[in-house]
Design a protein around this ligand. Sequence first.
Ligand code: SAH
Length: 239
Amino acid sequence: MNDQDYTKFADILTSESPLPITDAQCRLFYDFMTAMKEMNQRVNLTRIVDEKDFIEKHLLDAITCPLKANEKQILDLGSGGGIPGVPLAIYYPDRHFTLIDSTAKKMKAVKAITEKIGLTNVTCISGRAEELGKQPEYREKFDAVCARAVAAFNILDELCAPFLKKGGTFYAWKGQQAEEEIAAAKAGPEKLGLGEIRIIQNLMLKSAAFHVIIQCDKIANTPSKYPRNYGRIVKKPLT
Ligand code: SAH
């Protein structure tokens, strides 16, 4: 590690972060960024490579998710290059993060990155949400499900809800179109066992251009007919 590069990174991260960051976490964040940029030469994981952008748009955007203290088993659905799952796993070393993505090449790359940086609270799984969500091993097993930039909310609700335990929380990172997306989902969330939908404006971050987080609780079990197959979900989203 180049000391000067690391010092610059640590200065930006600690001055931009609204949350306290320990030295150990800071080093892991740096190792993650370095390993991801390196892997990105071979496998397309992200377009964000500028250091300040990486810190704001990947690291801080992920860790400012308002996870509750009792949420210990967390799923990142459509994790791609490992966001938000890996930064959250670095920030919360005593919680377990399962990352799912349908692109096996990406999950293989993220697994290699987490092994390289010595992160042990992450499991990477290649597969489709609508298939894994039907398997007893994964169905209604998570305290929280996170998803960033995966699908419109009226599709995402059906992909994510089956994984959540009753009492768990669904967190969907969205742009400023969140309200329209929620309106388009109509009674879909209710049919899936999800409760009241809240939009959390991320006031913690300095840049106004950031996402909001749609947050809702799982209040009833998801009927076994959901999720339907992907073609059906996309062609005829629940209303
Ligand atoms: N969450 C990451 C990646 C977003 S790109 C980030 O914010 O940077 C969206 C990812 O979702 C892609 O990697 C894609 O492969 C995955 N994806 C889309 N639909 C999916 C599905 N039905 N099941 C599993 N993964 C899916």
